[in-house]
Design a binder for this molecule. Sequence first.
Ligand SMILES: Cc1cc2nc3c(=O)[nH]c(=O)nc-3n(C[C@H](O)[C@H](O)[C@H](O)COP(=O)(O)OP(=O)(O)OC[C@H]3O[C@@H](n4cnc5c(N)ncnc54)[C@H](O)[C@@H]3O)c2cc1C
Length: 281
Amino acid sequence: MSDVTFAFFHPRVLRTERLSPTLIRVVFGGDDLAAVVSGGRDQRFKLFLPRPGQDAPVLPDVLDSDWYPRWRELDPEVRGIMRTYTVRNVRRDPAEVDVDFALHGDLGPASRWAQQARPGDRVAILAPVVTDNGGVDFCPPDDTEWVLIAADETALPAVAGILDWLPADTPARVWIEVAHPDDRLPLPARANTEITWLVRPAPTADRTTALLSAVTAAGLPSGTPYAWLAGEAAAIRALRRHLVNDRGYPRPAVSFAGYWRQGTTEDELLTAAIEAAEESA
Ligand SMILES: Cc1cc2nc3c(=O)[nH]c(=O)nc-3n(C[C@H](O)[C@H](O)[C@H](O)COP(=O)(O)OP(=O)(O)OC[C@H]3O[C@@H](n4cnc5c(N)ncnc54)[C@H](O)[C@@H]3O)c2cc1C
């Protein structure tokens, strides 16, 4: 892996496109985006948003490999709002990056920002500049015979990226939980992919059991599996436990990520993760 895998960029919103009732695509542009490279699949990156009244997100003066402690030293009421998203597409000539936001109303600043994004709005991104960058979790071992994917709408961009990338002869069973029937967006067509959409009965419906119930009830293929799970943290934890404890999947065969946690902001999740790391150090 190269020494420099991610770098800061300062793009503007070029346009937005409403993909469905819940999902909105924001297309970022700017000449320096020509250096952004995606590893594909569930490639993650960091997005920095301005706070109300700011024209652009406030970041440390020096954005080298020590940017993070510097960002933490800035006033939390002033520094840019940092969130994690998935690179959906990267294009050249002109350089553009697509990010698909799952809207969840006025609850969080990123959802709020995406809902109101206008051409010219300024953000910053910490994005990959090499394909082998450590920001891709979907890495099936060579002996994988089939793939299990379970996700909610926040991971729909990642699922699309994974299905774009997956070799055509690898069978996949996919469960995706969404808020609205029209959120069932077309996914890359593959002959041996079985997709099950789970539509929540109401916006207030429980967010932690639909995927678990569906996967638990399913008859799954034999052969060496590789599972990739992403969505609400408690739902994903329960799914992983089911696959490892009840189905006997080896732990390394289950890649999982809590993309958000009910009742907790990403800032709070990050603070808790840092405190846990400091305690165990
Ligand atoms: C690796 C990774 C990749 C991700 N990729 C994407 C992506 O491509 N598209 C995408 O939309 N999201 C993605 N997410 C999830 C996104 O980062 C979170 O949903 C994030 O919390 C949104 O920030 P916010 O400012 O809107 O809400 P926050 O300020 O973080 O949270 C405010 C409140 O909203 C709740 N909340 C957060 N997200 C949701 C939600 N989706 N539905 C209901 N309630 C919610 C929280 O529990 C909290 O109570 C990704 C997360 C990770 C870790």
